[in-house]
Write a protein that binds this ligand. Sequence first.
Ligand SMILES: [Zn+2]
Length: 300
Amino acid sequence: MYFPDPYPDELLGSVFIRASHHLGLTPRALHSALSNRSDGELSFVYPCAIAEVARLLSMSRREVLLQHTVFPYVCIGLDSTRRSDLEEQLSESSAPSGSLRLRSTFPGHIEALSFRRLCRKCQRYDIETWGEDYWHRIHALPGVLVCPIHGSPLHSSRVPLLAHISPKYNVLPHEVPCDQGGESINEAQLRTLASEVEAALRPEASFWDYCLQSCQHAALSCGYEYRAHAKTGTRLAVDFEGYVGRSLLGQLGLSLVARSSGGWPVEVLRGRRPAMQLQLRFILLRMFLLESGAHRWPAN
Ligand SMILES: [Zn+2]
């Protein structure tokens, strides 16, 4: 069966869309052809049909997961055993896997993160280089509101990121109208954040296995005694909010509700795992603590 080679950093959902365009199949017919099952749908953002795709592309399942799915991002904060369990689960499943871990990674209710996003400069480059455009994985990840390559604000389509690839959503970037990405007051901050998310995808960034311990160590080195005293917890929360910015935290759905006790940054450092967006919380905390200095982080 024909199946297109994925482009650099192309999300698997985007490869499904191109395959369906090239083959003239509906998404459902493509799913049946891939999985030999008459029911089921293809997901845009969740890894699915990994075994089938790996076979068609002569890649290992692990390569497909690491290079063309959100798996490396979802793994942030997981130790190696839990990472292997998730890898196995995602490799075996032919249906879109909406496991709790995946669902808590992608907040469906936060406007800035709910739709497929694209960079016009990447799109132009892709059309010139490959003759067609595609959806980039990095642009789909929470926290990425500007392109880490070009630094320009991403455009937001009205296609829900979490929706299955239905005929209505079986579209490439040039086939959808997009809102111009808004100018932001903290563009430098957004660029740093996008680069941090990108760095977290690199397979060698295994220190994310230990990111809780690293963040705890860094916090203590910076003088934030988060464990017991409410006062230093509050100071950490105030400094953190000042660094990231209240409006950006709000945009990302990560506002600090309770600053007095330190709010979620302190809870995360104390080992609690908030229900939503643990990965982005770790990335923001790491950014803040890096900036606060005093601690030397392992290189990416
Ligand atoms: Zn770009």
